[in-house]
Design a protein around this ligand. Structure first.
Ligand code: P1T
Length: 380
C-alpha cells in the first residue's frame, strides 16, 4: 500500500458490531468478562482500548514499523523511553532540540543518575569524543527544533548498532510522509502527535513506533504500568486527522518552500533556516533522506535586534503567535522566550540559537495570503 492509502486505511476496519466506517470512540474504562480471564482481548482501558489500538496500528503502518504505542503527550512518550535506562547510563543527544526534551533530560532524568551529552549531531564525528561503554541511547531529532539542522539518520544508526546502543529518532518535524527512520536503521521512532499527525491543533498526544517485539513489550509494560495513556476521544481525532496527512504535508512542504524563497530575497532578512536551500550545510543529506523539506522555516533579521523580531511577531495577522506547530493554520513563535526558554541562554547560543530567531510553522492557507502577511509584518 502507498502512503496516502495507508493513512486512510491502515489498522482500521469497519466496526464489527455496526459496520461503522469510522472507528467508534470506545468511551469506556472497562470491559465485561464472561468468566475471569474469558474476554474479547480488552480488560481495562489503561492497558488497551479499541480506538487507541486502531490508531497505534495505523501509526505503526505509516512508519513502516510493526508496533505502535500512544501516550498522553509527546513528552509522555519521551518519558517512557527514558524509563528504559538505569542510573549510570549515558545518552548522547543533538544540541539543537525541543526545549521540553532538554528539560526532561537535564531537570528530571539527570536527577536519577543518567548523564546527557549534547553535541552538534549533523557532524557524525562530533559523537566520537562522548561515546563510551556507558552510552545506552542516542537521541536524534531531525529536522532539529528550531534551527532545522538535518542529522544523517543512517550514519548515526550504523555507528550505534556497531556498539549496541539504542537509537531514537524524534520524527515530529518530518512525519513519516517525509522520512521513515526505522527504514534507515533506527530502533525507535518518537512523535509529538500533537503536531502534523493530528494536524488540527486540537489534541496533545505522543507516540512510539518500533519493530522489535521485545522492545515493544518493554514499552507496552511501561505504558500500562505508568499509565501515561491518551483517551479514546483524542485517539479518534488523530485517526481523523491522519486521513489527510499526505495532502496536508504536500501543502505544508510547498508553502514552506515559497516562504523560504520569499524570505531569502527580502532585504531585511539576515539568515533563513530551511533545509531546502542548496547552501544549507546539511542540504545534501536532507535531499537524500527526506521526501520534501517540511513545513518549518526559521529566520533572523539584519541587525540582529531582538526588538525587531518582537515587532514582526506582534505585527503578524495570519500567523498566530503561539507555541506548537504542524496544524493547518500558520503559527509564528519566538523560541528563546517560548518553546526553548528552558534551555539556558549560554547553551542556546552554543547551539547557534539566537535570541532574535523567529520560527514559522507554515500552514496550508493560500500562499498569496501567507506571503502578504509576511510582507506587511516585515514592512518598516
Ligand atoms: O508537546 P508534546 O506533545 O508533549 O510534544 C513534545 C515535543 C517533542 N518533540 C518535538 C520535536 C517537539 O517539537 C515537541 C513539542 N514542541 C512544541 C510544543 C513546539 O512548539 O516546538
Amino acid at each position: 500500500m502507498k502512503f496516502g492509502t495507508k493513512a486512510i486505511h491502515a489498522g482500521i476496519t469497519p466496526d464489527p458490531t455496526t459496520g461503522a466506517i469510522m472507528t467508534p470512540i470506545y468511551q469506556t474504562s472497562t470491559y465485561v468478562q464472561v468468566s475471569p480471564g474469558d474476554h474479547k482481548g480488552y480488560e481495562y482501558s489503561r492497558t488497551h482500548n479499541p480506538t487507541r489500538t486502531a490508531l497505534q496500528n495505523n501509526l505503526a503502518a505509516l512508519e513502516n514499523g510493526l508496533y505502535g504505542l500512544c501516550f498522553a503527550s509527546g513528552m509522555g512518550a519521551t518519558d517512557t523511553l527514558l524509563k528504559l535506562l538505569k542510573p549510570g547510563d549515558e545518552v548522547i543527544s543533538t544540541n539543537d532540540l525541543y526545549g521540553g526534551t532538554y528539560r526532561i533530560f537535564t531537570k528530571v532524568y539527570e536527577g536519577f543518575g543518567i548523564k546527557f551529552h549534547f553535541v552538534a549531531m549533523d557532524e557524525v564525528k562530533n559523537l566520537e569524543s562522548v561515546i563510551s561503554d556507558k552510552t545506552k541511547m542516542i537521541w536524534i531529532e531531525t529536522p532539529t527544533n528550531p534551527l532545522l539542522n538535518i542529522i544523517d539518520i543512517k550514519a548515526i544508526c550504523k555507528l550505534a548498532k556497531s556498539k549496541n546502543i539504542l537509537t531514537v529518532v524524534d520524527n515530529t518535524f518530518a512525519t513519516p510522509y517525509i522520512q521513515t527512520p526505522l527504514d534507515l536503521g533506527a530502533d525507535i521512532v518518537a512523535h509529538s502527535v500533537t503536531k502534523y499527525l493530528s494536524g488540527h491543533s486540537d489534541v496533545v498526544m505522543g507516540a512510539i513506533i518500533v519493530n522489535d517485539k521485545k522492545l515493544h513489550d518493554q514499552l507496552a509494560f511501561l505504558q500500562n504500568a505508568c499509565g501515561n495513556v491518551p483517551g479514546p476521544q483524542d485517539c479518534f481525532l488523530v485517526l481523523r486527522g491522519i486521513k489527510t496527512l499526505h495532502l496536508r504535508m504536500k501543502a505544508h512542504i510547498e508553502n514552506a518552500a515559497r516562504v523560504a524563497e520569499y524570505l531569502l530575497t527580502h532585504p531585511k532578512i539576515d539568515k533563513v533556516y530551511y533545509p531546502g536551500i542548496p547552501t544549507h550545510k546539511n542540504h545534501a543529506i536532507a535531499k537524500e533522506q527526506m521526501k520534501g523539506f517540511g513545513g518549518m522555516v526559521s529566520f533572523t533579521m539584519k541587525g540582529d535586534d531582538l526588538k525587531d523580531s518582537i515587532r514582526v511577531l506582534e505585527k503578524f495577522k495570519l500567523f498566530s503567535l503561539a507555541e506548537s506547530l504542524g496544524g493547518v493554520e500558520s503559527l509564528c513563535g519566538h523560541p528563546a522566550s517560548m518553546t526553548h526558554a528552558s534551555i539556558p541562554k549560554a547553551e542556546r547560543e552554543k547551539a547557534g540559537l539566537k535570541d532574535s530567531l523567529v520560527r514559522l510553522s507554515v500552514g496550508v492557507e493560500d500562499i498569496e495570503d501567507i506571503i502578504a502577511d509576511l510582507e506587511q509584518a516585515l514592512e518598516n
